[in-house]
Write a protein that binds this ligand. Structure first.
Ligand SMILES: [Zn+2]
Length: 425
């Protein structure tokens, strides 16, 4: 018999613990109004050692489950809710300037394409990011990363894509690397050189530059874990997207794709063909697209904040997604043009109201689904024993109240890798 593991962090007085985890059965439509999914533990405790979960269960069983180090940190959840830390699996967090004026012009009826033609849109943020120095970019991004942590996000994917030249794309990815060293936020960097065709060139010339020059240098410096492409009418076609993603795969990068956001265009089928880790957006995906993605094991990263912010009211087809068996993830899409928020709690609210997810389904997508979208589900997104101790203590009695009482920050404390990194009130 091996001795019980030694805990260096104990969280007690948990009103409701939602551990999620691979052992939790898939969501099914509720059989009655009282039924709640996924399983929760009431009056719970959690023990962590060396940054990993050792045990969680009813508080009455804690003393028999672990031995406790004399130097252990003791935290009371004061009857609140505990979930795994949010994993924000799709953001464009590093950028210069903002596009607040465009937001209001669009609300007054000016279409996005017209704004883009008159110097707005992605290319405006590209100009502003090119002229912003690395130190300034880092300080802007640090504030956003701190805001993410304060709202319960413990891991975030960050895309480049506001440079569209080698120098600026490297500058953005270098800022992402420094951000990882300067904040407790865990960061997964993605190269999105194929975000838009830069001015003064055409698609095929730029794709050659991406494949011959930019991708090899990003890979050589180890600055990205994934490569992403904005596959859309008027941006990058399916053939160009395939060429960029195949080159990325040959450099050992994982694959992501912005697919079926503004029209049904073929990005989802390409993601399935290339066995991408995730296909993101999918507002215009059809049942056949979803079946192809599900069969290839591609995660669907859903971004309801962008639909709301753009005023399209076009959301990903959740009922068809359930039928296809695809794994959904949720993310903010945090960016200055189409969704200006760092708050995953707001995205949970939108997922329930607009995508018609259940609260449990939305939480699973925001934690475990998003961890899968980053290839990190073996250590993130659940609080089962052995997982990284990334958790959030909320000042609400249960998961339903976290979603229902929207627009305010209920976070009391955040733990990352077993360390208390946020303490509010
Ligand atoms: Zn995006």
């Amino acid at each position: 018999v091996s001795p019980p593991p030694v805990a260096d962090l104990l969280v007690r007085d948990i009103g409701e613990l939602v551990p999620l985890g691979a052992s939790v059965p898939a969501w099914e439509p509720p059989h009655g109004p009282e039924e709640r999914w996924p399983p929760r533990i009431r009056d719970a405790a959690l023990a962590s050692g060396g940054g990993h979960v050792l045990w969680c269960g009813p508080q009455a069983d804690l003393d028999n489950a672990v031995s406790i180090s004399a130097e252990a940190t003791h935290v009371s959840a004061q009857g609140g809710l505990i979930t795994p830390g949010f994993v924000d699996s799709h953001t464009h967090l590093i950028f210069g300037g903002d596009r607040a004026d465009e937001f209001f012009l669009r609300l007054r009826g000016v279409p996005y394409r017209e704004l883009a033609r008159s110097g707005g849109g992605i290319l405006r943020t590209v100009r502003e990011t090119r002229r912003t120095g690395a130190a300034e970019l880092l300080s802007l991004a640090r504030r956003r990363a701190e805001r993410m942590l304060e709202w319960g996000t413990t891991t975030a994917e960050i895309k480049s894509g506001y440079g569209l030249d080698l120098e600026t794309e490297l500058k953005i990815l270098e800022v992402a690397r420094r951000l990882k060293d300067e904040t407790p936020l865990q960061i997964v960097p993605t190269f999105l050189g194929a975000h838009e065709v830069p001015p003064g060139t055409d698609e095929s010339t730029y794709v050659e530059k991406l494949v011959q020059e930019m991708l090899p240098e990003v890979a050589r410096q180890g600055l990205a874990r994934f490569c992403d492409v904005f596959c859309e009418r008027g941006v990058f076609g399916v053939e160009a997207s395939r060429r960029v993603l195949q080159a990325a795969a040959s450099h050992g990068l994982g694959l992501k794709i912005h697919a079926e956001q503004l029209s049904r265009f073929g990005g989802a089928v390409l993601a399935a063909e290339l066995r991408a880790t995730s296909a993101d957006h999918l507002e215009y995906a059809a049942a056949a697209d979803l079946e192809a993605l599900a069969a290839a094991g591609v995660v669907a990263v859903l971004l309801p904040g962008a639909s709301l912010f753009l005023g399209t009211e076009r959301y990903a087809p959740m009922a068809e997604m359930r039928a296809s068996g695809i794994e959904p993830a949720l993310a903010t899409d945090c960016n200055p043009g189409t969704c200006m928020t760092e708050s995953m709690a707001s995205i949970l609210f939108l997922a329930v109201v607009k995508l018609k997810m259940s609260p449990g389904e939305a939480l699973r997508a925001a934690c475990l689904g998003s961890a899968r979208a980053l290839g990190l589900a073996d250590r993130l997104g659940s609080l089962e024993p052995g997982m990284q101790t990334d958790l959030v203590i909320f000042d609400v009695p249960d998961l339903e109240h976290l979603v229902y009482h929207f627009g305010v920050n209920h976070v009391r404390q955040v733990v990352k890798r077993g360390h208390l990194v946020v303490s509010r009130r």
